[in-house]
Each structure stands twice: as C-alpha cells, then as structure tokens.
Design a protein around this ligand. Sequence first.
Ligand SMILES: NC(=O)c1ccc[n+]([C@@H]2O[C@H](COP(=O)([O-])OP(=O)(O)OC[C@H]3O[C@@H](n4cnc5c(N)ncnc54)[C@H](O)[C@@H]3O)[C@@H](O)[C@H]2O)c1
Length: 337
Amino acid sequence: MGALRTAVVGAGAIGSLHARIYAEHPYSELVGIVDVNPQTAAAVAEPLGVPWFTEVSDLLSACRFDAASVSVPEHFRYESSMPLAKAGKHLLLEKPLAPSLAEADRLIADLRETGVLTMVNFILRFDPRYSEAKAAAAGGRLGDIHTMFTRRRGSYLGADIYGVWTDLLISTGIHDLDVMAWLADSPVVRVYAETISRRLAPYEHDDSAMVMVRFDNGAIGVLETSWVMPNRLPAGLDACLEVVGTGGALFIDSSNHGLSIMDAEAYSKPDLTHWPVILDRVGGDLAASLDHFIRSIRRGAAPEMTLEKARHAQAMVDAAKRSAAAHVPMELTPPPG
Ligand SMILES: NC(=O)c1ccc[n+]([C@@H]2O[C@H](COP(=O)([O-])OP(=O)(O)OC[C@H]3O[C@@H](n4cnc5c(N)ncnc54)[C@H](O)[C@@H]3O)[C@@H](O)[C@H]2O)c1
C-alpha cells in the first residue's frame, strides 16, 4: 500500500498539529485543509504546500483522499464528519464526540452505517507513562486496584479560551475519566460529582469539579479538575495519576516533563510529552496517536480508541454532570439498543 492520502477539517490549535504530523509522516500524504475561517485555513495549508477550502464539500470535490482528521469544536463534529464518512473516508475524530451523550449516540449510530474505520483521539493512551501504567495494571503488578487519583488543573486561561464554548468535564476531565476506566477495566457502578461555577457562571459552565467513580470490581477513582490556577503554571497543566493496589502502586507526575528552564522572563517546564518538536518534526503522544490511526487503516485493524470506548468516557462525563446537578450519585446511561 502506498502513502495514505490525508486531510484535516478544523485547522485550529490541535488541527494545525494534525496537519503538520500528516505532512511529516512517511506513510501519509497530506492533500488538503478545511477551516471555516479562510485566514486559518490558508495559514496552515500554505506552508505545507496543500490547497485549502472553507467547506468539506469543496475538499471532497477537489481532492482524492483516504482519511481525515475532524478537529473542529465538538458542536460541529457531526456536520463535519458525516459527509466525509458517507464518501468512504476513514476518520480520526478529536475528542469529545459531541457536546452531549445523546448527540454522541446519534453520531456513533450514523457513522456505523457507513462502515468507515473511526478512531477517537484520546492521546493519554499514547503517552508512554500512561501506557506503562496500563501495562503494569493489566499485568497484575499492582494486584487488585483499590484507589485511583487523577488531577488535571489548568489556569484561568483555560476558562477564558475554552470555557466560553465548551466545558471543563467534556473537554478536559474526559481524558482522566477514560484513563481510570481503562485501568480499572471494569463496569462503572456509579458516579458522584460536585462542581463549582464562579468565573464561568455567565456561561453556565463549571470552573472546578471533583468526580468519584465506583467500579464493579471494587476500585474507586477520583478526578480533580479545574481552570482556576493563576496563569503562571510552569507546565501549562498540573496533572497526575496515582494508583494504589493490593500488590503495589504507581505515580505519574504530569506537572513536569523532565525539563525546567529559568530565564529572565519565566520559570517554565516545557511540554515534552504531547506535541514537542524534535529535529523539526512534531513528536509526542499526538504524533503516536496519528501514527496508530494510519497504521490501523493500513492493516485494516480496529484502532485502540474505538467509538465504543469514547462513548463510555462520554457516558461517565454525562453521569458526572447529572450527579453534580442533582447532588446524588448517578448510574451511566447504557448505549441505545
Ligand atoms: N485530543 C486532545 O488532546 C485535544 C487537544 C486540544 C483540543 N482537542 C479537541 O479538538 C477540538 C478543537 O479544539 P481546538 O483547541 O483546536 O479549537 P480551536 O478553536 O483552536 O480550533 C477549531 C478550528 O475549527 C474551525 N471550525 C469551526 N467550525 C468549523 C466548521 N464547521 N468547519 C470547519 N472548520 C471549523 C475554527 O475556525 C477553528 O480554526 C475540540 O473538540 C477539542 O476538545 C483535543
């Protein structure tokens, strides 16, 4: 099989990185970019030497390709994805699938009808620290997991940039809820959440959330997430994973990627995990996730992060939001049918 011909729909903060990774990948040939904003589309496409469009329909008419990333905000995931899937293009969807669980279920049902390979971009599964944690848990090195603690704290800039159009749990906390479900490898019994809304109260979104999850095998997981810290976080995000089991424990400190730089301006801990640039190429877990997507298509194999697993993470967020609103624990809404 020759290089996979690829495209990107939604060329903002994350989509511009998808485009660059496709352009740099040895088994991918980037053929075009779509962004509803022509300045954004041109700024990403022109340095990569590919045509740009403001409509998916124009990309479909003008370019022959096999697969696309859909990295628009989740409110536009359905309308951007379905024309591509109906045209037989394999899809890498950014997380979350949709703003709500009901909309995610509609997208999953309609995508299944098309038969295209679809992967959802949960990058922590491609972070070597988290994949080693999964291997340790799955290999029995921790014994029976008792407790998991995850943290993902951002600064108020997260609220100002993202809180106006998305929310903390669906955009940020969903990563760690997925990690806990992945490690526990057991059905969720119930979810209890409490949230605080101050800065984002005008948007009816939360600034902070504490979520507790009980799994059927007895494991208990807690997520703390917020967009409250001052805008001086050295690493951008203060994140961690801690797991304690009957046979051992593991600890990931994600507030730090192993490098600290102090200069006249700031004390920083640059990202070396998610999308660092190494010898002019984007690396890290985002590039590993796109590489896995490309290889899954070439092998005709199911990807690591399927629609079903992404739906499960979304159902945990949905239960957490219902719990926070009602102040009582909630069960997950099962998939339709
Ligand atoms: N997997 C991850 O780690 C990760 C990281 C960041 C963002 N994301 C997800 O990616 C999505 C985008 O986030 P972002 O930070 O890149 O946002 P962004 O605002 O920087 O970029 C979104 C882009 O989509 C374009 N767009 C909007 N509607 C469109 C449409 N209908 N057709 C074509 N283009 C359209 C916008 O003009 C913008 O350029 C979100 O769902 C977010 O949760 C995932």
